[in-house]
Write a protein that binds this ligand. Structure first.
Ligand code: SAH
Length: 402
């Protein structure tokens, strides 16, 4: 069992006072406090140390953890005067996991269990792969609670394994070293997960992110409902979440494009594992920009699910040009009546900006489009309503005039 260490407020003295009138967003539930909002810090906190947050006048707002290495200097853990200790951590983990029960069942056996700020556990992401856990610890504050996190996950989930795949870039921003490898149990070879009654092999240790992108589960089901009889192009296909769904929905053909040969190998295995007709699939190891520019094909359905083009606000302009380019190419390459599923997973590009970019691309193509759906990540990726930055995945479904 985890030790009963009390992080707040009994056993430490670090106090953060905000600048005058800077408490509104924290009071409203936003967990991020930027360095520019902080007036003074009492004590000399080390990276990730727990702290009490007070208004300029000294009124307590709650507790969080502090890291002077990060532009997000404090992340809130609790509001009000409630203590944050190992028991509170374990309860938050338990609550997050309990909310996923409606997702898991015969159709789907794997999903995100803990979604960082969206589950009021900033810096902690946990995905379940048929009960085995892949964990990301992204901040110095969460790193300090590592032992208690692992103990709580073991006691709540009794997993066969916990494997760490923390994103080295996020950790570097926090001033902490990368972390990867087995934390508990042992990793089985050849892991297979079930999503929407389809099966997918997932490479937890070497694949992208934690091995599979659970955030698109609902959107893949939607694509499947549109796929019958269509010639589909799955751009940035990775291991074929969309491509396999399209085939299962009766697509006439699927072209899958990704720069990673390993991902496309996994895609072909995933097609076979679902007993789908591999003859209807062609994989292209290629850059999507060049592929769409050079292909003469006109598709009835195009999926654009690129990686994060903007990793921080400084990259938004460059990213916007990238999104505009691929969306313009998709608009030009759509057959009459063709459907485009287009996504952005950059937090720094908000839903409004993304819509503007896609609409501008559609206008530049000289064709007319209808908007059919606005999409987001599924409910296993909850967003704290006061934390707009948590809403990272945006999608639009367009139909070209017939
Ligand atoms: N659609 C996928 C997830 C996509 S992840 C799914 O449903 O699971 C993004 C993918 O884009 C990665 O597999 C990466 O290899 C690929 N990628 C990144 N930049 C690329 C580029 N310029 N051209 C082709 N593929 C690219």
């Amino acid at each position: 069992m985890p030790s009963a260490e009390v992080y707040f407020p009994e056993n430490h003295m670090i106090t953060i006072h905000l600048k005058r009138n800077r408490e509104k967003s924290v009071r409203g539930g936003n967990p991020w406090i930027f360095s520019g909002s902080i007036d003074r810090v009492s004590g000399t906190p080390s990276a990730g140390e727990h702290c009490i947050v007070r208004t300029f006048q000294g009124e307590p707002l709650g507790c969080g953890y502090y890291n002077h290495h990060s532009a997000i200097t404090v992340r809130m853990l609790r509001w009000g005067e409630e203590a944050f200790n190992d028991a509170a951590l374990s309860t938050a983990i338990q609550q997050a996991i309990a909310q996923r029960q409606s997702i898991l069942g015969d159709d789907t056996d794997s999903c995100r269990l803990i979604n960082s700020e969206g589950d009021f556990l900033p810096g902690l992401v946990v995905d379940s792969y048929t009960g085995g856990l892949v964990m990301q610890i992204q901040t110095a504050g969460m790193e300090r609670m590592r032992e208690a996190v692992v103990a709580a996950l073991v006691s709540v989930c009794t997993p066969p394994f916990i494997y760490e795949r923390s994103d080295p870039e996020s950790r570097a921003r926090e001033g902490i070293a990368g972390a990867e490898g087995i934390c508990y149990g042992s990793l089985p070879p050849g892991l297979v997960i079930r999503e929407n009654r389809l099966v997918f092999g997932a490479d937890i240790a070497r694949g992208q992110k934690t091995g599979f992108f659970f955030d698109q589960r609902h959107n893949r089901a939607l694509l499947r409902s549109y796929a019958a009889g269509r010639c589909v192009c799955d751009c940035f296909s990775y291991s074929g979440g969309f491509a396999v769904s399209a085939l299962a929905g009766g697509a006439r053909s699927v072209d899958a494009v990704d720069q990673s040969e390993a991902a496309l190998r996994q895609l072909r295995d995933n097609v076979a594992a679902n007993n789908l007709d591999g003859g209807r699939v062609t994989t292209y190891t290629a850059d999507v920009f060049s592929f769409l520019r050079e292909t003469g094909a006109r598709y009835d359905c195009i999926v654009l699910d690129p990686p994060k083009f903007a990793r921080h606000p400084g990259e938004v302009e460059r990213a916007s040009r990238g999104y505009k380019d691929i969306n313009l190419l998709a608009c030009k390459n759509s057959a009459p009546g063709g459907i485009i599923f287009t996504f952005s997973c950059s937090n720094a590009v908000d839903a409004r900006l993304f819509r503007q970019i896609v609409f501008a691309a559609a206008a530049d193509s000289g064709r007319r489009f209808q908007l059919l759906h606005s999409l987001a990540a599924g409910p296993d990726h909850p967003v704290n309503l006061a934390h707009r930055e948590g809403e990272y995945l945006k999608g639009l479904v367009l139909r070209a005039e017939g």
